[in-house]
Design a protein around this ligand. Structure first.
Ligand SMILES: [Zn+2]
Length: 200
């Protein structure tokens, strides 16, 4: 049976999914339905569906849940004991397998987004919002704190087809302080590269 949403509900769903970054499932719960009609509605409105690993829940309340949805299997779940840190594993003189390969063709553009005036403003606002404290472990040495994009910068760029700085300036989510959280370098690594023991 097809569910017809009112205009208000539609706005609400989009708000929950985009701004509150709720998962499809949780948006469904709010509207008392499964995630299928929610997905269909978002698609009808040309809203890109986030992949599972990118879904963050409880974002506006606290950042304890930064990471993955419950039940999400991290890619390195069964690799316990295998060291994956490039700095500790690469022996002197060993050429990294990816040397010279540009992994992300957008890299320079992403860099520009980070370093432009708006990007710097964003970072300072995130630092200030959380008083330079890691929102996962409470670490507070300012030198080790980074401002992390919850909805990843690269994904925002890809999802919104941002190719120029003009595109970027009019994309609100790029500069939304609510899309940022302060993390220490260690926790930042865990958030980016997974790690099953990241509950600290
Ligand atoms: Zn931390």
């Amino acid at each position: 049976m097809e569910i017809i949403f009112s205009k208000e509900q539609t706005q609400n769903i989009i708000d929950l999914y985009i701004n509150k970054k709720m998962s499809l499932k949780n948006v469904g719960k709010q509207l008392n339905c499964s995630c299928n009609p929610i997905t269909a509605l978002l698609k009808d409105n040309n809203i890109p569906i986030r992949k599972r690993g990118e879904t963050f829940i409880g974002v506006s309340k606290n950042y304890k849940t930064v990471g993955y949805e419950k039940g999400h299997k991290t890619w390195n779940k069964n690799l316990k004991g295998i060291h994956l840190s490039p700095t500790s594993e690469f022996k002197k003189g060993l050429v990294p397998w990816n040397k010279g390969i540009i992994f992300n063709p957008n890299r320079d553009f992403i860099k520009k987004l980070r370093s432009c005036e708006e990007g710097l403003k964003w970072r300072v606002a995130v630092y200030n919002k959380y008083k330079n404290i890691c929102q996962l472990c409470g670490h507070s040495n300012k030198k080790n704190i980074v401002a992390h994009h919850i909805y990843r910068l690269k994904e925002i760029v890809d999802d919104n087809n941002i190719t120029t700085m003009d595109d970027a300036y009019v994309c609100d989510i790029l500069w939304d302080v609510n899309n940022g959280v302060t993390l220490c370098r260690e926790c930042h690594k865990v958030v980016h590269y997974g790690g099953g023991d990241a509950k600290k």
